[in-house]
Design a binder for this molecule. Structure first.
Ligand code: ADP
Ligand code: MG
Length: 206
């Protein structure tokens, strides 16, 4: 991954989030407060503008800038969680990262997951971002030797599976946890946006 590919990834996330904003908000209206798509769309729109202005020179700078912008522009649970994740991903890359390989990106994605779990204290099965992000990172690491396109494809498939599996889970973190057992039967919005993020990576890396 070079700087251009990193920026394509973020642009592809922004496009997917814009396209799926109503769907994400609809999922959040079932078990939350109907703002997930609105929140992320505002955030990633701001990120694209911030990257145009900053003109980052390394992959690490692209991802740290993405995270910092999300933290400052997006309220709710997901903004700080995704913001912290992208910052951690960027900070875990070599500082002189004009290009990074799949193994380096795998290490960084793992650091992003650790940051999400440190901030939000969610474990697998809590019906959150972690339920798509965890399997995605594991699949990415497993396939990293086969190169970025294969690793990203494997990660997107694992994220999709994790996302679908949230439907049957009882939410134990975030707003949906207030519903208790009534959260069962609804797919988690944050796990769904995490799938969009990994699918965007698979699409641009292909
Ligand atoms: P809010 O719940 O504040 O309205 P959003 O609607 O933007 O924020 O995001 C909701 C999503 O955030 C949930 O679907 C869930 O996936 C994720 N989430 C909430 N709390 C946590 C947490 N502690 N750890 C990981 N993800 C979380
Ligand atoms: Mg919400």
């Amino acid at each position: 991954m070079d700087v251009a590919l990193a920026r394509s990834w973020i642009a592809a996330i922004a496009a997917a989030v814009a396209e799926q904003a109503d769907y994400l908000t609809q999922l959040d209206s079932a078990i939350g407060d109907a703002d997930h798509g609105v929140n992320l769309n505002r955030g990633f729109t701001a990120v694209v503008t911030a990257l145009d202005t900053a003109d980052p020179r390394t992959v690490a700078e692209v991802l740290v800038k993405t995270g910092t912008t999300l933290v400052s522009k997006v309220g709710g649970a997901a903004g700080p969680l995704y913001g912290t994740a992208f910052r951690a991903i960027g900070k875990a890359l070599p500082a002189d990262s004009s290009t990074v390989d799949a193994a380096e990106l795998g290490v960084a994605l793992r650091a992003g997951l650790a940051a999400v779990q440190k901030l939000g204290a969610a474990v697998p099965g809590d019906k959150t971002i972690v339920d798509a992000y965890g399997p995605a990172v594991a699949a990415f690491e497993e396939a990293a030797d086969d190169g970025l396109p294969a690793a990203a494809r494997a990660a997107a498939e694992a994220a999709a599976e994790g996302m679908r599996a949230t439907t049957e889970l009882h939410a134990r973190k975030g707003r949906a946890s207030y519903l208790g057992p009534r959260s069962v039967g609804h797919q988690d919005p944050g796990a769904t946006s995490t799938w969009l993020i990994f699918q965007a990576l698979a699409d641009v890396a292909a």
